[in-house]
Design a protein around this ligand. Structure first.
Ligand code: GLY
Length: 361
């Protein structure tokens, strides 16, 4: 097992990465507050992992709730169902919530933990690649609003993250590929060497080669821990982790949450960010070809959905969380592994670019 550290002063915590580690009571128990534990799972993960986790936690008064799976259920109503259990069971402030599942469950459970009695202990046990490499680390929690993705939320750091590689062996192929989009993102942001390693090792990752998966989760978590430690509240460089997300969130919202998986929308979003970087004169067209090649080899989309219009994308992008004083901040690329933030791009060029990308048959 490897242990990484997210350095955030009194909110610091470990990320444990290994195989079978979710069944080690000593690892988990040391991070639990109190005697009352609520496991929040989703219907996809509960069948595989809930009973073993309940056995690991046999020393505690352990309740569980299973949420419907999918981004469409990442709502305030779903959060309320967690509060109902906590209230009914009379859980006090010294309780622990455990998110068991993918990014949606982690975001919902983390938000419930941030809000219940103004904040209780929370542990992440991510069981999808996407959650292991990105959403379980860094304390972003929240839910969607019908008009915008992740618009309601809070920063609430977990007490620990337990990334058990064995959970990936049952991951549906589409979810694996969606997780690989966030993996590729780390290469593009500031780790060109890793991007090229991914290009050489994608078939092994798609075949669930354990050594390659664990190398990948480690490398992504190292990158994420470093970025979050430097900018917990996203006042600066953490926003680089949003590469492809402003375009991608617009896609997720326009198609209806859950129709495109988050990672699929981010894959197309990263291509749009790369192509707009070329249009803005900061990236070579050959780099876009390399990015598309890796995404295609992964089985991910490189183009936005056909039914969406440029106008619609533009409108949704300008409702993004990253708007400040009417200015939209985008993450663009100077090269592979060289991302930067800007709100000084040519706004008319963006409109024209979106028309070309979305409205040209
Ligand atoms: N997923 C982006 C972040 O955690 O900042």
């Amino acid at each position: 097992m490897k242990s990484l550290h997210v350095e955030l002063g009194e909110r610091s915590y470990p990320i444990y990465i290994g195989s079978g580690i979710v069944h080690q009571p000593d690892l988990l128990n040391q991070h639990i507050s109190g005697t009352n534990v609520l496991i929040v799972a989703d219907e996809n993960t509960a069948g595989h992992f809930l009973q073993p986790l309940l056995a690991t936690l046999s020393a505690f008064n352990c309740q569980h709730i299973t949420l419907p799976a999918g981004e469409a259920h990442k709502t305030l109503d779903t959060v309320s169902t967690i509060f109902d259990v906590l209230m009914r069971e009379r859980f006090d402030r010294n309780c622990t919530l455990i998110a068991l599942g993918g990014g949606v469950v982690g975001d919902i459970c983390g938000f419930a933990a941030a809000a219940y009695q103004r904040g209780v202990t929370f542990i992440q046990i991510p069981t999808t690649l996407l959650a292991q490499v990105d959403s379980s680390v860094g304390g972003k929690t929240g839910v969607n609003h019908p008009l915008g993705k992740n618009m309601i939320g809070a920063f609430h750091q977990p007490a620990c993250v337990i990334a058990d590689m064995s959970t990936l062996q049952t991951l549906p192929e589409r979810e694996l590929k969606a997780g690989l989009a966030e993996v590729i993102k780390y290469g593009l942001i500031d780790d060109a060497e890793f991007f090229h390693w991914l290009g050489d090792n994608m078939s092994g990752l798609l075949a669930l080669a354990a050594d390659k998966l664990s190398y990948t989760v480690n490398r992504c978590c190292e990158n994420k821990a470093r970025i979050v430690a430097a900018d917990e509240r996203e006042n600066g460089q953490r926003a680089l982790l949003n590469l492809g997300h402003t375009f991608g969130h617009a896609i997720e919202n326009a198609c209806g949450y859950g129709v495109w998986l988050h990672g699929e929308a981010i894959a197309a979003g990263m291509c749009l960010a790369a192509r707009f970087s070329v249009r803005s004169g900061c990236l070579q067209a050959d780099s876009v070809r390399q990015i598309e090649q890796v995404l295609i080899a992964t089985g991910l989309p490189t183009k936005p959905p056909e039914q969406m219009t440029g106008e619609q994308c533009h409108e949704l992008m300008y409702r993004d969380k990253k708007m400040r004083d009417n200015l939209l901040t985008l993450v663009l690329l100077n090269g592979i592994g060289e991302s930067f933030l800007t709100n000084k791009f040519d706004q008319n060029l963006l409109k024209d670019f979106l028309r070309t990308e979305f409205d040209t048959p």
